[in-house]
Design a protein around this ligand. Structure first.
Ligand code: ZN
Length: 160
């Protein structure tokens, strides 16, 4: 069966950045199950997986625009340290949850100077060219229940 919209697909993957460093991998773990065509994976990767079947292996390089987006300087801003609860615990590299106009978001603390804290709302992989090594492990049709929930049930997915 070929991968198409609403297929439940299991993949093994290794993600490396443009320096060849491994960022994430399913090696040694359960394969990752996802529902194809509903935005579960980054768009560039779903496009490459379309039409593939179990046993297929692919190497793809995905530019930032089809990955986690271009790096956006407007997503970087300074706030006052005194606005945080437990502000003395803030550290560079820490992630904090914020309320934004479009709901809760995770920001990275990138600089602390005096009372000024610089936050970066960009995805940590924004602006990066990503290389994926992917092996398709299995392909099946999603059940109506999985489609209405928007996630995979069973091993590696939701158990409920
Ligand atoms: Zn569910």
């Amino acid at each position: 069966m070929k991968i198409e919209k609403n297929s439940v697909v299991e993949i093994h993957y290794t993600l490396t950045d443009d320096q060849g460093e491994t960022i994430d991998s399913s090696a040694g773990q359960q394969p990752l199950p996802y529902i194809h065509g509903i935005g579960a994976l980054i768009p560039g990767l779903e496009k490459e997986l379309e039409g593939k079947e179990a046993g297929d292996k692919l190497k793809v390089v995905i530019g930032a625009a089809d990955g986690y987006g271009e790096y956006n300087q407007d997503q970087v801003f300074e706030v006052s340290k005194s606005g945080f609860q437990g502000d003395e615990d803030l550290e560079v590299g820490m992630q904090v949850q914020l309320e934004t106009d479009s709901g809760p978001a995770i920001a990275m603390v990138t600089e602390i100077e005096g009372d000024s804290v610089t936050l970066d709302l960009n995805h940590p992989l924004a602006g990066m060219e990503l290389s994926f090594d992917v092996e398709v492990i299995s392909v099946r049709a999603a059940s109506p229940e999985e489609l209405s929930h928007g996630h995979v049930h069973g091993p590696g997915g939701h158990q409920h």
